[in-house]
Design a protein around this ligand. Structure first.
Ligand code: IPE
Ligand code: IPE
Ligand code: MG
Length: 253
């Protein structure tokens, strides 16, 4: 069942974000600063994923969504793209058992039809293996774009009607039901490392009321302490969802 959008319903107030979405940026610059090839930055970046998931688990965060490869990243040099894909295969082969043991459910969002058959098989096997895990859901966005997500959701929505005849106005709920993250709460906190202040075609629909946090820290350096700083910033925000500040300070609102 799709959850209602934050533009339709106000989510409960929480001190700890339930869902954190991250654009893991700055791997290339991390490597360049050390006169290393860009892929060395991506390698360190994949280690930072492990650190981040552990830190999120310790802090009781239930949903983590990480942008690993965008629909625009195909524009990079072919050798960087293929090394990124091999790193992803390596991560699935090496990390899934450990993630499974600690209760992580792994999901992948994005257009996987463009990925190699072997990578698609590894993704399906990892999702099958971990589907019953409830402690933390780790969603990796691979060949993901927010515009792709909206388009596929609209098309899937139309396909869900008999003979594709809709016969009524579509609602937010119709679209949400088919979005990649339609079954989990929208992100409370968005983090982008690496200093850029843009969304880069990440979760366009789902970030409508997410608190945004940008840091110059490069992704390979982002650790538990850096996460705590992001959470501290989040905790100072007043999430008004269109209401006035006075309305928000009423207990139970
Ligand atoms: C993010 O780091 C990783 C991916 C996009 C796959 P970058 O590779 O974009 O690092 P910078 O931005 O060049 O430093
Ligand atoms: C966004 O990073 C995508 C990922 C982190 C996977 P980029 O580094 O590709 O973003 P832009 O193109 O500089 O905005
Ligand atoms: Mg970048």
């Amino acid at each position: 069942m799709a959850r209602l959008s934050s533009t339709q319903q106000i989510p409960p107030r929480r001190d700890m974000p339930r869902h954190v979405a991250v654009i893991m940026d700055g791997n290339g610059r991390w490597a360049r600063q050390r006169f290393l090839p860009r892929i060395a930055g991506h390698q360190r970046g994949s280690e930072a994923v492990r650190v981040f998931v552990e830190a999120a688990m310790q802090r009781g965060i239930a949903q983590v969504t990480l942008f690993a490869f965008s629909s625009e990243n195909w524009r990079r040099p072919a050798d960087e793209v293929s090394l990124l894909m091999s790193l992803f295969v390596h991560m699935l082969e090496k990390e899934v058992d450990r993630l499974h043991e600690v209760g992580v459910q792994l999901r992948v969002i994005g257009d996987r039809t463009a990925l190699s058959a072997s990578l698609q098989e590894l993704i399906e096997a990892a999702e099958q293996k971990t589907r019953g895990n409830l402690r933390l859901t780790l969603t990796l966005a691979v060949n993901y774009g927010g515009r792709w997500d909206l388009l596929q959701a609209v098309n899937a929505c139309i396909d869900s009607f008999p003979d594709r005849r809709i016969g009524r106005e579509l609602t937010e709920g119709d679209i949400m039901a088919h979005l990649s993250l339609g079954d989990i709460p929208e992100p409370d906190l968005f983090i982008r490392t690496g200093g850029e202040q843009r969304i880069s075609n990440f979760l366009l629909w789902q970030l409508a009321y997410t608190e945004l946090y940008f840091t110059a820290t490069l992704w390979p350096d982002f650790d538990g302490e850096a996460l705590d700083r992001a959470i501290e910033s989040y905790q100072t925000r007043e999430r008004r969802f269109g209401r006035t500040s006075e309305q928000c300070s009423v207990p139970g609102s």
